[in-house]
Design a protein around this ligand. Structure first.
Ligand SMILES: Cc1ncc(COP(=O)(O)O)c(C=O)c1O
Length: 448
């Protein structure tokens, strides 16, 4: 498959084999978040955003496995190192909460493991004085450990935001405010208060600007005389710099500045959940880098392939065994892949590609919003972009029609369609994606 010339080619999706694989899967799998019957054939050709499904259809993947494959399929840099890794000895893939080496010197190794992954991660957060990482297996665990270390530092109250999504373990889901299905009926960590999340100017003016009609909601709650929460009781404020599940809503920059001021005034700990928005997705390594806000803790996963809770030594508890995991660092292959992904982001111009291609894709989507009444607005940053439809049914139909044409996309929020091409997406691939998306919208709107 030549990345420079390959084009999506679809006979029928889902084809007979895909249906058979999905059917087989569902004989055993508990109901979860299955999107549609895209069954990737790992033994067939794939490169960048192009992959082959089990029926031989060639698809253009603008989901990057929900941001978990930031460099797309078969990135040559990752591929070369992963192939060099000898997985024959099973002891190499067990017991990750210990030290791992591959011989030689830890600071000069070709095959980075969990320690080198942490070293590289800390290079990306020097501006926040962060110097420690705790590795785990998933995003939810990264969040779970983030809030644990904050609770360990004191306080039993916490702030989250309307529209938030932080994972599905009991601690993390207590912070969710995007969909009832995540939380209904499950016991929750007590003391979590949800605040409005300002993304638009209007939302900022209404609830966050100190002299706006509603005042600054957080300042009011913490106010020494009028407030209802003692700032000393607050363990953390957790936010996504760009809300993912909640509909690709970026935090308003003035809100971030105000939050920073309150962080200083009351010595609050701010947790930036970068599980979807981090690892270069927005054109900076971390989405919070775009804001005038200093995170005390950053959570990462997905594109990193393992979970990571990143912070300062003074935030992590000192006692041993306070946090731990048998499978900390996921597995060695995951840690290797995460470290190599960071290597590509730090040592090539892929971040500027995210900015350039992101602006291009955004402008193209905005042009469509201008001429199509069914499209309401474009949101997001870099290559974390979404377009909001007038109805949920239309969004769902477009997603389906795009799939039938060979373009993989995802929903988020209530009636929003999100696009997450690989970070090294090319101009030609953006053209192809836009062509298929527009054809899908044409089909859906002409049928309607
Ligand atoms: C912002 C955010 N936080 C946490 C999570 C949970 O990550 P995981 O599914 O790896 O547990 C997600 C997953 O989509 C996410 O987008």
């Amino acid at each position: 498959m030549d990345r420079n010339t390959v084009e999506p080619q679809v006979e029928t999706v889902p084809g007979q084999r895909a249906k058979r694989w999905a059917e087989y899967h569902h004989q055993f799998a508990a109901p979860s978040t299955y999107v549609y019957e895209f069954v990737w054939d790992t033994s067939a050709d794939a490169i960048g955003p192009f992959c082959t499904d089990v029926d031989g259809n060639v698809l253009l993947d603008f989901t990057s496995h929900v941001a978990a494959a930031p460099l797309g399929y078969n990135n040559p840099h990752l591929r070369e190192k992963l192939e060099a890794f000898d997985l024959v000895d099973p002891s190499k893939i067990a017991g990750q909460d210990f030290y791992v080496s591959n011989g030689g010197s830890p600071t000069d190794t070709d095959l980075p493991g969990p320690s080198q992954l942490m070293d590289r991660l800390l290079e990306t957060v020097g501006q926040y004085d962060m110097d420690r990482v705790f590795l785990s297996n998933s995003g939810a665990e990264a969040v779970e450990n983030a809030i644990k270390i904050c609770y360990a530092g004191g306080g039993h109250r916490a702030f989250t935001f309307d529209g938030a999504f932080h994972g599905r373990t009991l601690g993390a889901l207590s912070l969710n405010r995007s969909k009832a299905v995540h939380r209904t009926g499950f016991p929750e960590v007590p003391g979590v208060v949800a605040l409005p999340y300002p993304s638009t100017d209007e939302e900022y003016e209404t609830n966050w600007r100190t002299d706006g009609p509603g005042g600054n909601v957080l300042a009011d709650k913490l106010h020494p005389e009028r407030g209802v929460i003692d700032p000393d009781e607050v363990a953390y404020v957790i936010l996504e710099p760009i809300q993912g599940e909640g509909g690709y809503r970026p935090a308003h920059p003035a809100f971030a500045r105000d939050l920073e001021a309150l962080r200083h005034r009351y010595d609050l700990r701010v947790v930036a959940d970068e599980i979807q928005s981090g690892i270069g997705r927005t054109g900076e390594l971390w989405a919070v880098d775009h804001l005038e806000l200093t995170p005390d803790v950053i959570t990462s996963a997905k594109g990193l392939r393992v979970g990571a809770t990143i912070s300062r030594s003074d935030v992590f508890p000192e006692e041993e065994s306070r946090i731990s995991s048998t499978w900390g660092a996921g597995d060695i292959v995951g840690a290797l892949q995460g470290a190599l992904t960071l290597e590509v982001l730090q040592e090539t111009d892929v971040l500027s590609n995210v900015r350039d291609r992101g602006e291009d894709l955004r402008a193209r989507l905005e042009d469509e919003v201008d001429v199509r009444p069914e499209l309401l607005e474009v949101r997001g940053r870099g290559l974390m972009l979404a377009v909001e439809f007038d109805t949920k049914a239309r969004r769902d139909d477009v997603l389906e029609a795009a799939f039938r044409r060979g373009l993989l996309t995802l929903g988020c929020g209530y009636k929003t369609l999100r696009l997450l091409p690989p970070l090294d997406v090319t101009a030609r691939e953006v053209d192809l994606g836009m062509e298929l998306l527009c054809e899908a919208i044409d089909e859906v709107t002409s049928t309607a």
